[in-house]
Design a protein around this ligand. Sequence first.
Ligand SMILES: *[C@@H]1O[C@H](CO)[C@@H](O)[C@H](O)[C@H]1NC(C)=O
Ligand SMILES: *[C@@H]1O[C@H](CO)[C@@H](O)[C@H](O)[C@H]1NC(C)=O
Ligand SMILES: *[C@@H]1O[C@H](CO)[C@@H](O)[C@H](O)[C@H]1NC(C)=O
Ligand SMILES: *[C@@H]1O[C@H](CO)[C@@H](O)[C@H](O)[C@H]1NC(C)=O
Ligand SMILES: *[C@@H]1O[C@H](CO)[C@@H](O)[C@H](O)[C@H]1NC(C)=O
Ligand SMILES: *[C@@H]1O[C@H](CO)[C@@H](O)[C@H](O)[C@H]1NC(C)=O
Length: 801
Amino acid sequence: MAGPGEKMSDRTPLITTIHVAPARPRYRHQTLRRFCTIACLSTLVASAIFFLLPAAFLPWHKHKHKHHDNPHPIDPSSITFKELQEILLATPKEEKAQEWSKYYTSGPHLAGKNLSQAVWTQERWEEFGIKADIVAYDTYINYPHDHRLALCKKEKSKGMEVWDVKFEASLEEDVLEEDSTTGLSSRIPTFHGYSASGNVTASYVYVNYGTYQDYEDLIKANVSLAGKIAVARYGEIFRGLKIKRAEDLGMIGTVLFTDPGDDGPASEENGVRLYPNGPARNPSSVQRGSAQFLSVAPGDPTTPGYPSKPGVPREPTKGKIPSIPSLPISYVDALPILTALNGIGPSAKDFGKHWDTNLGLKYKGVNYNIGPSPDDLVLNLVNEQDYVTTPLWDVIGIINGTLLDEVVIVGNHRDAWIAGGAGDPNSGSAALNEVVRSFGVALAKGWKPLRTIVFASWDGEEYGLIGSTEWVEEFLPWITHASVAYVNIDVATTGPVLGASASPLLNKLIYEVTSMVPSPNQTVIGQTIGDVWDKEISTMGSGSDFTAFQDFAGVPSLDFGFHGDPNQAGGPEVYHYHSNYDSFHWMNTYGDPGFHYHIAAARLLALFTAKLSESPVVPLNATDYALAIEGYISTVETKLETSIAGTESGEELAEARSRPTPSAPKGDVDALKMSFKGLHQASAKLLKASQAHDAFAAKLSEEVGQEIPWWKWLSKLKLYIHIRGVNTKYKLLERQFLHQKGLDGRPWFKHVIFAPGLWTGYAGAVFPGLQEAIDDKDYGNAYRWAGIIEELIWKAAASLR
Ligand SMILES: *[C@@H]1O[C@H](CO)[C@@H](O)[C@H](O)[C@H]1NC(C)=O
Ligand SMILES: *[C@@H]1O[C@H](CO)[C@@H](O)[C@H](O)[C@H]1NC(C)=O
Ligand SMILES: *[C@@H]1O[C@H](CO)[C@@H](O)[C@H](O)[C@H]1NC(C)=O
Ligand SMILES: *[C@@H]1O[C@H](CO)[C@@H](O)[C@H](O)[C@H]1NC(C)=O
Ligand SMILES: *[C@@H]1O[C@H](CO)[C@@H](O)[C@H](O)[C@H]1NC(C)=O
Ligand SMILES: *[C@@H]1O[C@H](CO)[C@@H](O)[C@H](O)[C@H]1NC(C)=O
């Protein structure tokens, strides 16, 4: 790519503007752009007067000349923000989104396997009027070669012992006539990304969800684990971490199955018809997915922290991906394996509520015994993976703004585990294409963004956020210098309920934009998305491409999408995550019939982008961040107290099930308690600085909306300089929370406020360093983390001065 890597960071902001702005025609409308031009002019005049720099006039003269020569001058001033907003709301169309969805979901597009989809995307974006390039990374990755899972029993036959195959798992999803891509000859086998090759035969143990404490419960009950194969149900934590713990305990293989008990009310057991005849889960559906130890470091496991360019040195993968083989299976394939354990070993009931809920196969005759299976009843698990180092392709589209050092990045991944992927990720890809097309329409009408906008179609997200992580690693200096925010969309829709997570800096923007987009399902005329939304914004965890931006580069990020409503009467449609049934047919029948929510997602995404790029004063709110930080400090403080007193809430205890039992308390707990005083003080200071900053920003926003006569050019220059100053502080605020040494045991994660939970993988943890130390009852280390955090909060407060 010729793109954003270019050394824009070498220039000072003002010089960039002088260089660029005079090339613009006149402006009538009220944006910073005008002030920018005036400011530049003023700067030029000032330069001329005070520094006698006649050369500074040249661009302006050239520009005027060009402008006058142009017989059909396009005056960008004809596009006000209001007009841009109208274009962005009116352009996205259901038929178009359907067309894009159909394209992406008609053939396999596993990471690194479909260059033509990258080229197609690039060509569409260029057709829409956005300059786009393909950026390649050479990544270490696996593709499925062969697999087998069989249940074997030793039988005596004519005095000889022979292994009898009792059950051979199909490891296949059913081909459905109604759903054409389920029958492609090129369809992708069921497998795990980054799983280890192996051929193991051993007795097996049912390990519930395979959380840390699930395994601990088994150890406590003297269930022998070493040398056995773990059979775990999906859910609760990231799949790679289930395999990791099995590996740590000396187990030699892992089988992960989908239990329909975790699907909610839409189940066969409740009389709901099965896909394709109804919204309940098709019994043969399999959840593929990555087995990478995501919470340690995403991206190419051989190049942590630097881009996977050809020829770079590669590090060993130990500790980052599993070394024991694993296979994902359907519940149909799990049934005989689980039933064979009936009556053997303890039962799930014996381990309490956490084991004894959502058991969706009881009605099929599974007793959920733990095992282990006797020595003469074993699983043979064969997993053959081809590991290669091969190119992946990000597509990067850029619209240069007037300000080159303020950049908004918008991304979605393109790769899927299957030929389909109509939900994950191509509902997002269809929405993104409509967004790019809409901005193209605006460009054709003469619009030019104030800030630079980058659109990204990432590859390799599914294996471990590879395309986005490598790109951030490659362009880190520029991203650090210039990026204002990252907006992510992965699964745009699988139902009608909006979900969002974000850095609190972006909360106000989310509330504002959701109130600008009409709801596709209005029970009262005029209802917006915001009107029918619970307004919950979660903290950033991991599981999609915002991770490198938020947690590694310190770029405030937001992620959103529509999902099914678990409280819907009769149950929501079951989303067949990472299965062949996440297909165009499923989407158009159950997920988003008519594609109305695709369009709602496109409009939200477009307006997030437009607000971020066009608001003269960057639309971030520091006060919200400071208030959130104060809240997090109090939460952790309460947690520390309940942890010391041993009075944890049910929720806390449930969360504790995913991580190790702490050893004996270490360090000075009183010193730690005292350190919270410092944290509160720092956070109060940050709140004060934030309120002052936001108030000044609000005042500037107001001023920028008022007419200032041309002869008050000095006032204009002042306003311009003030706005640029305020924006730079907003832009860099999130960066203040990066700790270059990173979190304990996972140095890639540099943000001290947000990270994925070490033992959950997806869910966001706040103050991860501090919380993990408290969880470990290592109060000395917790004290150290409180100090690191306090210092960064002071630094953030100072940065706003
Ligand atoms: C790539 O994707 C396109 C469109 O979905 C599909 O037609 C094609 O078969 C895929 N190519 C490969 C090599 O799988
Ligand atoms: C797996 O190992 C067993 C025992 O060593 C062997 O008989 C079998 O052929 C192997 N299977 C595969 C697919 O390599
Ligand atoms: C596990 O084994 C230990 C030592 O053999 C024994 O003391 C303990 O009672 C056993 N626990 C259970 C639950 O069987
Ligand atoms: C954007 O601006 C940079 C720096 O001036 C330039 O190198 C690049 O080609 C421009 N890109 C586009 C898409 O106009
Ligand atoms: C529309 O909203 C109503 C009221 O919230 C709800 O009952 C209904 O299921 C929704 N329909 C769709 C298609 O989402
Ligand atoms: C920022 O957020 C605070 C607290 O929510 C609010 O009082 C203030 O008006 C907001 N400022 C702006 C400019 O949005």
